[in-house]
Structure formats: C-alpha cells, structure tokens
Ligand binder design. Structure first.
Ligand code: GDP
Length: 613
C-alpha cells in the first residue's frame, strides 16, 4: 500500500475526487449530469466513462478530451486519475455522503437557474453545504435561454459569450449581478470563476447550459482545478478504507445488497466488514463486489461484473449475508488483521448513537423516523432550527410501538403528538392506531415537502392558539389625550401614542390612586374598536408614527364606563390594560415572535404602574 507523504503529494498517490450535485427542483441537475456523462469524444467508446453503482466515473482522458476547449484560457493540470460523480442529484444523497467530520463528497455543484435566481431549495442547499463545511461551486444553468443566445455546442463559456450580441451580454450581466446580490443576502461572496482571485473566500460561478453543453468544459476544469490544488491532502490514497452506504436494495439472485461509495482504500472479496444496522452493528463477509456491465455487454447473462478487488474512488454493489437491516448513510469499516472487531462495532454504531444527542432529555418532543442516517440528520438539523424538541429517533418502517411513543405526548404536550417520517413505510396497524389516537403522521419522500407540511401544520396550530388567547394578548402602550371628541356612546378620544403600539382590540384604561386611601384604581374606558389617522382607518399605530393624532373609538360592553370630566379627563395618562395573564400570554410561543424588545421594556414599566408583581 502506498504511504501518504504529508508534503507535496505524489501524483500517483492521488485518488479521484467525488462530486455531488444539488439545487432546487427543475434547475437542470439531471440534465447537467446527463450532459457531463455524454461524450463528445469521437469513436463512441465513451472515452472510458463508466457507469458504476450510484455514480459515474470519468477517467482523466475523458476529462482531457472534454476540457480541450479550455486550453486557450487556462493552464490545465491532470494529476488525479479521474472524477467520480454521484448519479442521484439532490439533498438526500449529499447528506448521506458524509461521515462525521469528513465529508466524502469532496466538492459539490450547486445548480441555479439563471432565469429564476435563488429558490427555496437553493437556499436550503446553501445552508446544508455551509453546515457540513462542504466546498462547492455554482453552476448558473440555462444560459441558452437568454434571449437570442447563439449556441456553440460544448464550447467554453468565455468563447461562446464573446460571440454573443451586445443585448445577450447585457441580459447575462444583469441577471448575473442580481443573483450575485441574492447570494450575498445569504452571506456568500461570489464571482465568475475566471475572475475569482480568492477561491477560499469567494464562491466560483460557472455559467452553463445543460442543453448545449456550453460551460460544461469550464465546470469540469474548475472541479479538477479546485480539488487538485486545494484538496490534494484529502485526495491522498490511504491504506484504510473509507466507504459509505448509499442504498440498501434487494437484487434478484443476490438477496439484500448494499450500494457503497468507496472513497478511499481497497475492498476485496472475502473482506470482513462492519456496518451500522437498525438493531445494532452488522458484521459480515463480502461475498461479491459488483459493478454494472458496460452497455454493449448487456446481452450477457449477468447484469453485473464481479471483481476480486476494487480501488477508490468508485461506486460498487456489495453482496453479503445479513444486510437486511443495514442503514443507508452509515460508514462501512473493514476488519484488518490488527483490528478489534468489537471496537469497530462500537465505532460504526456511533454514527447513529451520535444523533441521540439531539434527543430532548425532558422527554418532550416529536418522534422522528427516517430511511437513512443522512436524512435523519437533516431532519434533526431542521427541527433544531425550528426549536422543536425531539423525543425519539428511529430508522426504517414505522410500527405501532413507534406511534405509541408519540401518543405519550397527547397529555404532556399535544402540539408534539406528531411523527415526522422521511421516506419510510408506515405499517397498516400503526396508521390505524395513529388515526384513532389523533397522532399526526407526516410522511414524504422529498425532505422539503416534509418540512413544508410540518411548518404549515405548526403555523396552523399557532394560529388557532392565537385565536384562543387573542383577548389576553394585550400589547403595551401609553397614550396621552389630545382632545375628547365624543364623551359617550361611543367614547371617541384623540390621542398621541407616547410609548408602544396601540392596536384595534386593545382595552384601554386609566390608573388612579385614591388620594385618601392610597388605593390603586383601574378605570376601564373600553376596548378599541377602531383607529383613524386623518379619517383613514388603521389597524395599529406605533409610537412616533404620526404627528396628526389618532382618533380612538372605544366600546364598553360592561356599561361601567367612567364618566369623562368626572372620573377621568385629559390629564390622565391612558394605558393598555395589562395584567399578569396578558404578560404571560405574550410570552407564549403563539405571540412571543411578535413582541419587540422595546415592548418587553415597556411592560416592565407598566408592571410598576399596575402594581403587578
Ligand atoms: P432537475 O429537477 O434539477 O434534475 O432538473 P432537470 O434536469 O430535470 O431539468 C428540468 C427542466 O429544465 C427539463 O425540462 C430540462 O430539459 C430543462 N433544462 C435543464 N437544463 C437546461 C438548460 O441548460 N437549458 C434549457 N433551455 N433547459 C434546461
């Protein structure tokens, strides 16, 4: 086995970088992958491009051919043996391609549609890439859709761009600048890759078309450039195995198999392997190492080619016993002659048990179930962002006992009597039980749909809660009477808002102290039924919002309204009627997002006025 030297890595010691593609739906991820895979090399042998398991491998010769048009613009180096591109685009496969600490995806392509700019999943992808500290480039795709674009198939972007009309160039410039701004709003500095002087601070943007292939040479060149120059240490061949399970699949004739991305080291037939299983560690021996037959060989009997040994980086299918409960997204370890099998078993289960840190210790929260470690982790990240506690996590299908866990929340915290399930089967009995108990099960196979429906549900609950407590959600304000407009039936007062916000629905009062008994007395003038500024109705008025004064119409259903001129007058400061209960209501999650810091400070003052402890 080659020993990695820490100084300048020898070309021979480098393995192929692994690349992932993600972005919003319909930006062209699949099409771009297809275009990269397609060969423009004469002779049809696809330049050695091979379809692997879950990935496509580009040997360096194929990349050389594809990036030839770049020679005019950039110096090229071809130190790595090739490039491994993961075939399944998207968030989920990216999340699975990580092992704690080190990402197995060396570089990601974030695809943005130049006509649409940043979309919801673009922003989510950026968050994910940032959370996982994954290096990435942006493919600004669909440049051929710029009005009147003249395509030169598979050309370098710069050459094609130079040949466009002024109007096309201007449209590009304006769309590009807008997207650059949108990226900046997400905290990302970006620059067209050939103008990027500081690759570690600025994200590189490559304009592409997945239809004409323009910009694809640029993209490949950049992927090589960045990985070779900036990650040569991560790309060193290692003697030990680094591998991740992408999928667990039943295949006729092989039973349950696992699709694995081998990112470092070797795998051999007969190797003893350890992996994370749903019910504990799995230890087994590799029975077969398989990759797909080349296309032209499809007439052959078997769909797969068997290998005695495979070398990183590649995608390979492993057949072995006892793989039924293997967990996608987990690492695969090989037991070497020196290794302690038990230790490796603990190691590999850490991938799952490590996630248990996210489980709330008070036992309150939602139940989360996912099909893979990566998606489980993404779900937990999401819930953490939403500040939603998690009571229990699990992998694989949902059974009645899982729903029973969620049902313990019905009494403790009904808003958490919810199961969030990603891409898993829900057992019939479990479904019936959930229905009967009133447990809401969210199940989706696109992570964002799950987020969206769950967020909508939470918002609906909050909305209901707001309605229930609306009468007690009293925002603080202090008013000065400018003029009494109508003394009664209804009382209308012209006021100035001295502090806080005056809203329709707020009860208004004066606070008096009896001169003899020194007792505090609250005189309720009524509830605000309308507000007008210059005869224009408004829903709320903030301090300093108008110099004109606000006409406040008050309604008093109690019939106990104090008499203007006798009990209260222009000299009394007016307040919104706050109480212990109203303050607690504003602290509730249904309202606390709406209460500004200045409101809390004002409430503190009003507590003194009202004598609230
Ligand atoms: P994905 O959801 O991100 O995988 O997007 P697809 O690859 O399925 O593409 C979505 C749609 O956009 C399809 O109709 C593609 O043909 C189209 N499309 C993708 N890339 C381009 C492009 O560069 N130019 C144009 N004009 N259409 C594209």
């Amino acid at each position: 086995t080659p020993t990695p030297s820490s100084a300048s890595p020898n070309k021979k010691d480098l393995r192929s970088p692994i690349c992932c593609i993600l972005g919003h739906v319909d930006t062209g991820k699949t099409k771009l992958l297809d275009k990269i895979r397609q060969t423009n090399v004469q002779g049809g042998e696809a330049g050695g491009i091979t379809q692997q398991i879950g990935a496509t491998y580009f040997p360096i010769d194929a990349i050389k051919a594809k990036t030839k048009v770049m020679a005019e613009y950039e110096k090229q180096t071809f130190d790595v043996p090739g490039l491994l591109v993961i075939d399944t685009p998207g968030h989920e496969s990216f999340s699975n391609l990580r092992s704690r600490g080190s990402s197995l995806c060396n570089i990601a392509i974030l695809v943005i549609d130049i006509m649409h700019g940043l979309e919801q999943q673009t922003i989510e992808s950026i968050k994910l890439l940032r959370d996982r500290k994954a290096p990435f480039v942006v493919a600004l795709n669909k440049i051929d859709r710029l009005y009147d674009w003249k395509a030169i198939p598979n050309n370098s972007f710069r050459d094609s761009f130079a040949k466009q009309s002024r109007a096309v160039q201007e449209e590009f410039q304006s769309r590009y600048s807008k997207i650059q701004l949108e990226l900046a709003e997400q905290g990302l500095n970006s620059e067209l890759y050939f103008q990027n002087k500081n690759m570690s601070k600025y994200v590189s943007i490559v304009p592409t078309s997945a239809v004409t292939g323009e910009g694809v040479p640029d993209l490949l060149w950049l992927l090589l450039e960045l990985t070779q120059k900036r990650m040569s240490k991560q790309l060193m061949y290692l003697s030990h195995v680094e591998a991740t399970i992408l999928e667990v699949k039943v295949v006729e004739g092989f039973g349950t198999t696992i699709d694995v991305i081998l990112s470092n080291g070797y795998l051999r037939e007969g190797d003893r392997i350890v992996l994370c299983g749903m019910n504990g560690p799995i230890v087994t021996n590799i029975r077969a190492l398989l990759t797909p037959q080349p296309l032209r060989e499809l007439r052959l009997k078997s769909e797969y080619v068997h290998h005695k040994e495979v070398k990183a980086a590649l995608g390979v299918k492993i057949a072995a016993n006892d793989l039924e409960k293997a967990v996608s997204g987990s690492r695969l370890l090989v037991v070497g002659p020196e290794d302690d099998e038990d230790e490796l078993m603990d190691d590999v289960m850490d991938d799952l048990t490590g996630l248990l840190d996210s489980v709330d210790t008070t036992g309150k929260g939602v139940v989360v179930q996912a099909s893979t470690l990566g998606s489980l982790e993404a779900l937990l990240d999401f819930l953490k962002d939403m500040k939603i506690p998690v009571m229990s996590i699990g992998l694989g299908p949902v059974y009645k006992r899982d729903v029973m866990k969620a049902s313990t929340m019905l009494e403790k915290a009904p808003e958490y009597a919810v199961m969030l399930c990603f891409d898993v089967k829900v057992d019939k009995e479990a479904e019936q039980y959930a229905e009967q108990e009133g447990i809401k099960i969210f199940n989706a196979d696109v992570i964002y749909h799950l987020f969206d429906s769950f967020t909508a549900y939470q918002e609906k609950l909050l909305e209901e809660r707001r309605k229930d407590f609306l009468d007690y959600a009293i925002f603080p304000c202090v008013l000065q009477t400018l003029q009494i407009i109508n003394k009664r039936g209804p009382m209308i007062i012209g006021v100035d808002v001295l502090e806080g916000t005056l809203r329709v629905g707020t009860p208004i009062c004066a606070v008096k102290t009896d001169p003899t008994t020194k007792e505090r007395q609250t005189l309720i003038l009524g509830k605000v039924i309308s507000l007008e500024i210059n005869h224009q109705p408004v829903q709320e008025v903030k301090k300093g919002q108008t110099a004109a004064g606000v006409a406040v119409r008050l309604e008093d259903p109690s019939g106990q309204q104090p008499i203007w001129g006798r009990h209260v007058d222009e000299n009394d400061t007016l307040y919104s009627l706050v109480s212990r209960r109203s303050i607690d209501t504003l602290k509730d999650k249904a309202f606390r997002d709406q209460v500004a810091r200045s409101d809390w400070l004002l409430l503190k003052k009003l507590k003194v006025v009202f004598g609230i402890e």
